[in-house]
Design a protein around this ligand. Sequence first.
Ligand SMILES: *Cc1c(COP(=O)(O)O)cnc(C)c1O
Length: 401
Amino acid sequence: MSQSKKFLEQVEKYGAHNYHPLPVVLKRGKGSRVWDVDGKEYLDFLSCYSALNFGHQHPRLVEAMIQQVDKLALCSRAFHSDQLCEFSEELAKFCGLDMVLPMNSGAEAVETAIKIARKWGYETKKIPENRAKIITFENNFHGRTISIVSFSSEEGYKAGFGPFTPGFVNVPFGDLTALANAIDKDTTAILVEPIQAEAGILVPPPGFLVGVRSLCQRHGILFIADEIQTGMGRTGKNFCFEHEEAKPDLLVLGKSLGGGLIPVSAVIGRRDVMEVIRPGQHGSTFGGNPLGAAIGREVLKLMTDEKYAEKAAAVGQHVQARLKKESLPAVKDIRGKGALIGIDLHESTGGARRFCEALAVRGVLCKETHTYVIRLAPPLNISMSDLDEGLDRVIAVIKEG
Ligand SMILES: *Cc1c(COP(=O)(O)O)cnc(C)c1O
């Protein structure tokens, strides 16, 4: 019996079935490649949903982690750590904003931004108690907590989990008129993904983010950008909002902020907004731990030293150029920005899942998103030869139908 088969039977029995993974059991990774328990090699074209923008086990990140784990890994926020003090300044400056509130997972950081936005609305805009409203978008994905799934438009994310948190309204993504109409005196913030990645790599029309930005300015409401997946270089800029110079009031980061090693997330924002949170009103035992802060600091240095945004732009251009050169009757649309690319298949193909299964057999790992879309999001430092090797297989599998 293969090792994989043994593990698949084990996890089927003992692991909760909250995911539907491809039948691949990994045990090692390096750069853009991973290996399974039977020694089979794969190219990683998913990058843990963009948590691995720097690839697996980047030597500088591993070194920063080992150095810090030997000194101080955890100390709670009852005390300061040198690493968190430095990381706060470096991250704020990197984002062009003023203050940082560190958390661990992405969903926790989104929850944090919601709390800040509500409190700011009550204190600054004098919104009547319990009336603060946050506008979100149809097909959004911001995580899995009760409050976050409360404003999901996806049945599968919320069915059976009510009662839900009130205070959110959804409008169609990319529609500035609908957005303007949804704003009222109780609106405190607009929460937006610059590209809806989980929804199938949906890129809004040009000008949408500046439009959101200016509506926020006009009505005195907060612009919150969830760049958990689009940040840290993925779309060809450090942050996706930079494509339109639409700087948010609150920026939410996660995923690659932890260098693909541990969970590190944060809300970074304008000082006058961040200051509504006072001692005792929010926190996290592990949030801002020195180990995560040390890794985050090295992530920021790498972003500059190794020019990840430029790498992403080059990877994206190459992928789009190669795919668009082919005649692929199964494909309805190819879209994305930088190295975040969706291949949208026709419904007649029966969906993207079996293409991803066929790719895994051929040694390329990617994952379907929203039934018909194959998401391609390789590590940003993938070599052009690895990229071509993976693309050859992607193209072959799509051609075979
Ligand atoms: C992944 C993701 C989240 C949630 O992050 P977790 O670490 O899984 O909680 C939130 N928003 C976006 C845009 C994401 O891609």
